[in-house]
Design a protein around this ligand. Sequence first.
Ligand code: SF4
Ligand code: SF4
Length: 286
Amino acid sequence: MTAPPLFILWRGPLASCNYDCPYCPFAKRIDPPDLLRADRAALERFVTWAGQTTDRRLSILFTPWGEGLTRSWYRTAIVGLSHLPHIDRVAIQTNLAARVDWLADASPRVAALWATYHPGQVTEDRFLSRTRRLDDLGHRYSVGVVGLPQHYEPALSLRRALKPSVYLWVNAAEGHLYSEDEERRWTRLDPHFGTSVRPHPSLGRPCQAGETAISVRGDGEVRRCHFIDTPIGNLYDGSWRAALRPRPCTNRICDCHIGYVHLEPLGLRDVYAGGVLERIPARWPA
Ligand code: SF4
Ligand code: SF4
């Protein structure tokens, strides 16, 4: 196997969520049955492709618009992919509302979760019951919050309750300007908050997205990342292979971790080595 490992962000049509976060356009959305069927078929097609693409090592992050783990096909996909020898990582962004016992069937070497705590939607006790089960099962996960002022006390309390070995990240809230004091106190909670608090100028800068990282939609259309809308190929006709090459970023800024972690001047692939997709720094506890 000579080709470099490939990071894949996958997003199908699913957009429904069981939570009702005031800062989210997908809150309490209900997907019609035909959309759910389409999401399931698209995911199963992708899993088949990933299983057959054995000439390079793959790391996969599912980034549904809504919540995936309440759907059996995401759980089945993660369990199945976690046992394939050429898959380094399979992870999903989740609100951790659903029980996690199914992960007992997945390989803890490969499966991981990017979990977000949404105070107001779930009690701390309930959220912690999920993280404790993950601890029992020995699975990797990060936990994070959106850095809104009203989330600070709940985040602090959660930090105290989590095992020190669990990394808690804080995402800068969209449209919120942080004072120096605010930035300082969030940074005390997440030493990497400085990476999230301001968007990164990215225009013309080299980014691994489109070379060793791609974004894939349900129909197999491949883009460099979730943030540049121009397709560069398709997974299922093989055109993605010829499309992979170094390119500078064509967007003015990049302000989402799942994008700028590949922006070369930031060096974040080293910071998160071994945990790029589930957002766990290599040196944690710091
Ligand atoms: S849990 Fe996530 S997808 Fe669901 S409403 Fe909240 S922010 Fe949106
Ligand atoms: S810097 Fe961000 S927007 Fe630009 S190519 Fe990379 S991931 Fe995409």
